[in-house]
Design a binder for this molecule. Structure first.
Ligand code: HPA
Ligand code: ZN
Length: 329
């Protein structure tokens, strides 16, 4: 495989807790005398059987993170990994439900710690982070409203968007429409997990009921050619996470992943890691796998990164800087 470390990379879909190195979670668990050994394999990796089990292992790992300081450490560890993989700009999903149970006052403290870590990471490693506040679908619409309120209260230079993660099998996208309306009215950009597990119908709901400009995954849209056309016409960008989809058995291997077919049809696709240590991946590995599977070249990755910058939720000044950096590479 080629070494893809030096390509500058733009990542639009990364769950902050999902980036937690297992060693950090084990260390924090030890410091707090909490036993979560059952979520780890003997070699120290996260261990899960399927998507539902993945979500419960994810939440067990996250349960040891109970203070702003823990989230400061987490953010530093995640951004260090990203920067080592050549990521220069990352949009990270932040969940108020895991940061003081979506209480706005507590959330402000957690967010201040995350932002402090992000500021240091930018200074030390040259990586820019922006936050997308994320509600969790299987926690239900009422909790989602609390997360949306946290998002609206802290919208600004750092918090740029609102989204939804979690089990797509629970309820409909439209059940969460008032949370998305609240976030939109606060000036936030919108994305939601759709078409990962939920099939093309979930993509249709996300577009019609939530009016999002990006889709987390979205890849199942491939089953509905008319909807693919609609995604293209509306200029919606997909946050595609190939190794995540393979690790969770949505596609059997990278060669059968629809990212290349969608791109050829004219859909705006980008590449991200989702939850890198859970899926044994990094941004470099994604680039290497795509190079091997689809023969993508540096020019293809440059185009992908341009698409990502154009779809990013940051301000125009940042976009101009990132585009310039990409061109002078
Ligand atoms: N899908 C849905 N929800 C998630 C994921 C994912 O891959 N990772 C963390 N929360
Ligand atoms: Zn995700």
């Amino acid at each position: 495989m080629m070494n893809k470390t030096n390509n500058p990379k733009i990542e639009l879909h990364l769950h902050l807790e999902g980036g937690a190195p297992p060693s950090l979670i084990q260390q924090i668990a030890k410091e707090k005398n909490v036993d979560i050994s059952s979520i780890f394999s003997e070699d120290g990796n996260y261990l899960f059987r399927d998507f539902t089990h993945f979500l419960s292992v994810y939440e067990a790992a996250t349960s040891v993170l109970t203070s702003p300081k823990d989230f400061y450490r987490l953010t530093k560890a995640v951004l260090e990994q990203s920067a080592q993989n050549g990521v220069t700009y990352t949009e990270t999903f932040l969940s108020p439900d895991f940061c003081g149970s979506a209480n706005v006052i507590a959330w402000r403290d957690y967010l201040a710690a995350i932002e402090e870590a992000a500021t240091e990471a930018k200074k030390d490693w040259g990586i820019t982070m922006q936050g997308i506040v994320t509600c969790i679908r299987h926690f239900g619409p009422n909790k989602a409203k609390r997360a949306a309120l946290c998002a609206a209260e802290t919208a600004g230079d750092f918090i740029r968007g609102f989204g939804m993660a979690g089990a797509e099998t629970v309820g409909t996208q439209g059940d969460y429409a008032c949370s998305f309306d609240l976030a939109r009215e606060a000036g936030l950009k919108l994305t939601t997990h759709a078409g990962e597990w939920g099939g093309a119908e979930s993509v249709r709901q996300a577009i019609q009921d939530l009016n999002v400009e990006r889709l987390g995954h979205g890849v199942q849209v491939i089953d509905d050619p008319a909807l693919v056309e609609e995604v293209i016409d509306r200029g919606i960008t997909l946050e595609v996470c190939p190794s995540s989809n393979v690790a969770l058995s949505i596609f059997p291997h990278i060669k059968s992943h629809p990212i290349a077919a969608l791109r050829e049809m004219g859909v705006k696709v980008t590449v991200s890691t989702d939850d890198p240590p859970f899926f044994h991946t990094t941004m470099c590995r994604e680039y290497e796998l795509l190079t091997d599977a689809f023969n993508w070249s540096d020019a293809d990755f440059k185009e992908l990164n341009k698409t990502a910058i154009n779809a990013a939720f940051c301000d125009d000044e940042t976009k101009v800087r990132l585009l310039k950096e990409l061109d002078t590479e």
